[in-house]
Every structure is written in C-alpha cells, then in structure tokens.
Design a binder for this molecule. Sequence first.
Ligand code: FES
Length: 516
Amino acid sequence: MEHFNVIFKPDGKQITIHAGATLLEAAGQAGIILNSVCGGKGTCKKCVVYLEPDGKQILACQYRIQSDLIVTIPPSSRYFEQKILEHGIDAHLNIQPTVHEKYRNKDRIFGLAVDIGTTTVVAKLINMTDGKCLATKAALNPQSHHGNDVISRIAYARTDVKLAELHRLIIDCINDLVAQLCKQASINAEHIYEMCVVGNTTMNHLFLKLPVEQLGQAPYKAFSLDAHDVPAKKLHLKINSNGEVHTVENIAGFVGSDTTAVALATNIDSAEETTLAVDIGTNGEIVLGTKDKLYAASCAAGPAFEGARITCGGRAVEGAIEAVVVDNDDIVLDVIGNSGPRSICGSGLIDAVAVMLDLGIIDASGRFTNPDKPSSAINSRIREEAGQPAFFLTDDVFLTQRDVREVQLAKAAIRAGIKILQRKLGIADNDIQHVLLAGAFGNYIRPQSAMRIGLLPNVPIERIRFVGNAACSGAQMILLNSALRAEAKQLACEIEYIEIAHEPDFQVIFAESMSF
Ligand code: FES
C-alpha cells in the first residue's frame, strides 16, 4: 500500500501514513489530539484544519490522505491548548521611585528576579526603569547531581566542604543564566544592580551558604527565616561590583521564600473569599485562607509526579505522554515533541489514572479490577507485566498496580495536607472559592483529572486557575518595589505554618485520602 508524509504545523510533527487514512487518524498517530465531538462523523465541525499552501479549510475527519501534505492546525481545533511557556501571573508592577533615586547617575538600570527550585532555576532580567521583563531563562539546578530532593541535598551538605560545593554550583548556575540573559537582551552585566532571590528554605540556605543540617532532622528548624541583604561581590555573582542581593523571608523549614512570594503575587493576604494556592512538586506547598487568617503546609508528595519511581515515568520532555483521554471505544494520547511516546510525565500520569477509574480498570481503592463490558480495544490494553496487572498506553508505556499505588501515595500526601488546613479553618471543600495552581507542573495538569483522582478538593471546575510561576512574579514585584519587602516580611510572619505530620490524626486523614 502507498504511504504519504504528513507534516503538522505549527508543531512540526511528521508522520508517514497509508493512503486513505483520514487526517484525524494521522494527527492522532502524530500525538496531536483534535476535537472530534461527533466521533469523526463530519457533523460537529470541530476538527477544522487548513491545507498548505493555499490555506484551504477542511474537516480532518472527512479528508482522506492521497498525497504528501502540510497541514496547519488552528488552536480552536486542538483538544489541548498548545503549551505556552508560562512566565507567571501579571504582577501588579509598582515601581518604587527610590530605584531611580538610588541610581540617579546611571543611564541603564537592570535587575534580576530569581526563583531557585530544587529541580529548576528560573531567572528574569528586568528593566528597572519601566518594570518590563526583557528576557527569561531557566536551567536545571546543577545540585540535582547530588540528589533529586531537598532531603538528599541536606544529607550531602553535612560537611563545610560539601556545603560550599553545593553553594558554588548554584552560584555558577545563576552566573550562567546572567550571561545568557545579557546576551539575549544585548546588555552588559555591569548594568545589573539588584537581584531578588526566592526559593524553598533549603535552596535559600544553600544559596547563602548557611548550614542546612538542622533542616534534615526534627523539628526541621531553619538556620534563618530572615531576609538577607548581601553584596553580590561577596557571593561571587557576576553583576555590577556594587550590586546588591536581597533574599526574601522563609516561612518555616519546609515552606520557603518561594511560598512567601507566591502569597504576595497572588494577593492571597487580601482575599475576601477562601483561597487555596497549591504548588505541586516533590514537596507540595499549600497556602489556604483569607485576609483574616492564612495557613501553610508542606506535603512530602515524593517524586511520582515528576515521573520518578513510576515504571515508565519520566520528566515532561520530548516523547513523554502528557495527556490521556477516552475517545470513542479507546484512548488517545498527547505526546510532547515530535517523536513517538517513550515515557509518561506527571500530567499524563494523573490523566491516565483518571481514565483508568472512569473505565473501571481500577476501583476506588486503586486495585485493578475487571471492568464492566470493556471495548475490545481497552480489553487488549489490560495485560500482565512482571506478574502484576498493568494498563498499556502503548506497547512500551504502561502503568502497573505498583505505579497506581505510587500515584495514590503522592496525591494522598497533598490532599491530606489540604484537608488538615481546611480543618484548621473549619471549612468544607465547597467553601473554597478559588484554587490557584502555581509552578510549572500545575500549569500542565488537567483540573478535571486532578479532581477525579482526588488530588484537589471537590470544587466547581471554574474556580481553578493557573497562575504560572507566581514565585518568580513575586520576586519581580519585590525587586521593583522595596516597600513590598516589608509586606513580604509581614506575610511570612502572619502565615501560620502547620507541621501536618505532627497533627494527631494525620495518619487517619492520609489513609482516607488514599482512596479515589
Ligand atoms: S470530528 Fe466532528 S466534524 Fe470532524
């Protein structure tokens, strides 16, 4: 049979497919899910695409491929919105005039907002005159070679020599980012005078070369919760030799200045209605409350949502399945990049478990069960793998019973944390009026699936909002307006930290939160 090449724009994904296949099928095989409400009958008109070069509009489900094609997919025809790098919420950028006063004699004044994550470091170059962000760069935190989570970094940094090594790694990483940002914006690093840095408490301490040993043992006290102002020179940061670095207040040993910055950027401290801000990561940080009272907690979710400890799990990189949906009698997958599916990342994992629940492949306890009248396509996906029942998304990517258990543990940690904070405030799920999902991962999960697996409280879907990298937005606000430093300080004092593992019935709530 004859085969043809189809290229999909703007993704650039390519596929070779047999003559007579529909463009809807071709897109699906290329890892792009199109809207197909009518199931390909040609009646819903949701699968519109354009043929190059003349831009002819056609329905993908009705068009049979008889030649090589270049096809443009409009955003309105995609099941999932295209990924746009989130730079964070629109921070209310209030530029404090003292910046100009302070650097009265300088003609070009720039600043840096930096968010040091356990996995990723994000830096934004800011024009201090008009508050505009000129460039954003991100890099893998090079300390990752010494452990993926804060606990292993703390363990590594036990001696002064090792602490200095981790400190130097993060300084080098930020200096690299500075060089890249300056190159992109065509500016000289000498014109960067200020830096505002946020991060979790461990990252904050490693950046400042403060001891971290006490963070690794109960009662997990930080060496310092305070803000610090340090000459850039002292930290060997390659900005202006008189440049200054400001680090924001941490809230507790496991809730750092990144959470303070999220609280500031989202204005949660002036919320009239109950608001929940969640940053899902290896450590899930949550803040819940209103302007009258705010609680924060950290949940040890573990690395499952980052793909670790999952048989076919991986980070959200090329070839990772990032979304799974039921389509007619089978499932369809959305894959990152232009290659076939090789692994599954956190958002795909949450989707896959939600789909398995919907199809009755697993029950509310998470156990594999016999689904009621599965289609033959679904049935063929349920097989044994290494002596365990497993659900095959592709021939090589599957979820075993043990993988489902890992997801349950991770989601239960976060959900239990939220429940305990809800109890402190005496509120039910439905009393939460706004759910703000922060951080890179939060932007990619599908709220329906997160609620289906019980990761988030049961609230109407429209109450859930993505706020991007709110920690970096908060750092940017503080950079531009030093009056906000006082507000950040007050916030860090006012937010009451709850050590959830010490709550008397934590184990009971955690166990309850395991079920779907
Ligand atoms: S899928 Fe409904 S018209 Fe194409």
